[in-house]
Design a protein around this ligand. Sequence first.
Ligand code: WTA
Length: 672
Amino acid sequence: MSSRMYKPTDHVIKKSYLPSIQKYKEMYERSLTESELFWTEVAQEFQWHVAPKPGGFMKYNFDITKGRVFVKFMEEAELNVCYNLLDRNVKNGFGDKIAFFWEGNSPDDYTRITYRKLLDLVCQFANGLLAKGIRKGDRVAVYMPMILEAVICMLACARIGAVHTVVFAGFSSDALAERLSDAKAKLLVTADGAWRGERMYVYKRTCDDAIEKARTFFKHRVDMCMVVNHLDRVTPGGSLKSEIKDLYNWNEETDIWWHEVLEGESNICPPEWVAAEDPLFVLYTSGSTGKPKGVVHTTAGYLMYAAATFRYVFDYHRRDVYWCTADVGWITGHTYVVYAPLANAATSVMFEGTPYFPKVDRYWSIINKYKVTQFYTAPTAIRALMAHYNVEDGNLTMPDLSSLRVLGSVGEPINPAAWLWYYTRIGKERCSIVDTFWQTETGGHVITGLPGATPMKPGAAGFPFFGVEPKILNEDGIEIEGPGEGYLVFARPWPGMMRTLLEDQDRFERVYFSKFPGYYCTGDGVRRDEDGYLWITGRIDDMLNVSGHLMSTAEVEGVLASDPRVSEAAVVPKPHEVKGEALYCFVVLKEGLQFDADLVKTLTLLVRQKIGAFAAPDTIQNAPGLPKTRSGKIMRRILRKIAVGDHEVGDISTLADPGVVEELFNNRPAEA
Ligand code: WTA
């Protein structure tokens, strides 16, 4: 493991808020010892309807043995997030500042929107929502491509106190139906479709199916579906219009076009002042039992935390142009495409397309086009692009990227090879890389480097952000001080952390607080080196991380086992060069049934249908049986070894049938 240190360069330091590690350390100490003062300074930048009262901003209990777990921050304060992102910035003179440069899938399709214009459209849409009967506390589901309307919709919800739940538009109709029902969404906002690369996606059709499935399987009725007419914009010459309309249904009673919702609505909409602890949004994330968890984030704490992390972790300054490539359907898109940049009156790029279209230089050409200063993406994208540039290809030139100052990484540990490529080829050895560790549940970065302060070690996430107190525990819950490895937990809350799981406080406590009472348990492993750097070692529960998308083995196993021919399935991660991890599935068939290529095809399709294309297995192996202990527990450790063809399986004497291991090795498909 490389432990060479890369010091921040003058290029970064001279602009930095925190130009040395000492400055970071002082401020970090202060964020723990004088926590209230620290957050008061952050809060002062914002507009409050009722200001936070000094004396105990943070109230919480992390110890399930002492009662229910809760976190409350600035409890009696009142504010509106949308007002703080838009009206406040317009009042502060940023009305004409560009909020987003929007870049479409096709390089010829782009636009920009100022803070003032964004405010106008958000108010109009918020009025439209009100006119359709959406009120404070109502849940609004969003299933959208990367278009400005997605941002407008999220902020309009925040403006009227409605709670959005964005579902990544790569999820299947089954997955969407489950989330619509669990969230009891009244309204679904979508687009007819979008192009990504050379493929067209018809989101409205997925929504039609999902609404139908929500009704039949979950007895949940979605009252209304609002649809952005996006395909017309991008259909060359409009000649396909009629054909596109045939691709989905239109229900006159429940469907309404976005532009019709806006029609005649005023661009003035007074914000709904909400309590600091009122919910801002729900975002589903995979749970290890298979059922998705509705992570609830609230208002004041989330805003303060998003704003502070953005400012310091990306070292954002007024004239910078920031770009986060994440989709709004994931937490990274929520916090670092929408809320945090706008809270800092930032100018961002929002990109609809893929890194490979029309050519594999698309990311770099966008950085060059908008003179991006901060670029935030995932290791899987870096690895995929790096592979193209590492082969000799005369057509691949790298445009001038000298505007860059800070490079971010998120979603999974970044391997040193990818880190070095990012550092040298993209950052030209003068940018800082921040490896940001965080989760849907944490709301914002919790362990990360800071551009001007932290000397970088490729692959290490670094140090805690302000207000965050990480600990390493061993299996028995004993704290490991100094260098060592164990469970990553947090000993106290920070403002941006989740508050509960939607209508499932019990599961919230069970999943995050029962293993080590008194601590929030991340589910990740961590190592502290001799310099105090934290290295995330990956999930230690039954979760998989495919291209930065977290999913549970149980979720995929459930889908495989739903095929009537399958008696049992087990899924393990297998290291993958580009995706980080890939799904390796073991399938046990019912007596007398034949395993063949057709079955593999059907099962793969089933996973795509039930979850989404991003969850498609790489390998499905015929398994005569699974390695189980005498008490019936599947030994996944052994399956992981089989997946990679490593015969060093260790002790298998506790297995009920040790013979099965050899059989499984013999059964590995040729391509595995
Ligand atoms: C993993 C994404 C190592 C980790 C923001 C975590 C990381 C899970 C990093 C959360 C990183 C995220 N280094 N691992 N920089 N960032 N992870 O909820 O396993 O989609 O628990 O949030 O991704 O994934 P989620």
